[in-house]
Design a protein around this ligand. Sequence first.
Ligand SMILES: *Cc1c(COP(=O)(O)O)cnc(C)c1O
Length: 466
Amino acid sequence: MGADKTSTSRVNPLRDLKRITQTDQEVVWHPYTQMTEYAAQDPLIFQRGQGSYLYDVRKRRFLDAYGSMWCNVWGHCHPELVAAIQGQAARLCHSSLFSATHDQAIDFAYKLVEYIKLDYRFAHDPVTLNHVFFSDNGSTAVEAAMKMALQYQNQVGQIKRQQFLVFEGSYHGDTVGAMSAGSIDVFKRKFNSVMFTVHRAPYPMQVDPDERPDNWRTAERSMEAQIAGLSDRLAAVIIEPVIQGASGMVPLAEDYLARVKKYCAEYGILVIHDEVFTGFCRTGPLIAASPELVEPDILCLGKGITGGTLPLAVTVATDRVFDAFKGEWSEMKQLMHGHTYSGNPIACAAASKNLDMIEEHKLAGIVKQRSRELSILLRQHVQKHPAVGPIRQRGLAVGIPIKNAKGQDGYEARDDAIKVVNACIEKRVLLRPLGNVITICPPLNIEHEGLEEIVHALADSLKALG
Ligand SMILES: *Cc1c(COP(=O)(O)O)cnc(C)c1O
């Protein structure tokens, strides 16, 4: 089809702001967004990103304090990542991993497996997370993990093991399987008819990194009793190590993860770690569970995997899991899962470069330092406000609960948090609430000045509450 001048001008609405705004409202359906409310406001229309900042069509500069939905590692358009993406795009944009391969998948998978081992180098037993299964978003990484677990149990002859145990407050994604494993009611309510039943154990929150909550023993006993009671029916337990993101930044009690693993190992139940949010240094280390030396049977990674540039996710399995899928074609033991763009080469090239940079720039150390700085700033300027509950933080993942005037909390009690967030956006700092919790998840290489900018905007905006 030739380029026809009149039709080009008709379908190219990027002429004036009013037109762009109107076109956006007409044709773009935004996720988790009440479109009526959205249409009543002037939208933020971004055009360009550099470092920790996004620039909109009005040439205004905003600090991306929520890391473009928690996935940004190196700020926007980091030249090394851009060069890796451009270089790969010029060589090979896409070819499939179905019974074939490409150099970028091999390169990234090899490095990832090595880096995971390095992270777990003090583990008691050799770590065998050696098998990288590619998909293209966090939900499908979890979905693949769940299918992997079910198919594994079937193929090792444990055909009664068909159920999952998850945790209160869990979030594992928005596809139907991952949603079934989730525990946030408002996300699921309208879809109950197609969801399968899962079992739920407590996820004891520990606000202070140095002080275990009183209820953790009770929680542990309840979790142990459930695992024991369901021991012949559970295929796997799925848990978010260190901190739950979507439930409003809920840090997990120390040692709990090790106990989950211990009880599962006793009964031959697989452990799935969903590190889609925590992985890639969000809490400090590459793999958040590695300092606790707890190795899962299956590990899900996403979000920061490409540094926040392109969609990619992986489900990494141990030798034991992988080996149960070997056999003759006719036995049909091959993993029954795959996506058209699984392991896209451009995304893999970005992910490889991200890993190189994490090592070269010692990102884990940077996050540790920035995380300390942010914690001090929050204590000085935000925590003391009477509407602010105990601030929860692990690495550069922060949740600030805003006490609702009506004493409500959770997803539906967001009015005050929204007020504060909107005031921050007016000060050119992009934040997002999760219900009544304001979350901060900046690019991991943010400068100290960026952290100051966030905290001062927040402290100022709390005045919106009166
Ligand atoms: C974001 C997230 C997912 C889902 O990832 P998507 O890429 O949004 O599908 C799954 N698990 C956790 C813990 C997450 O934070």
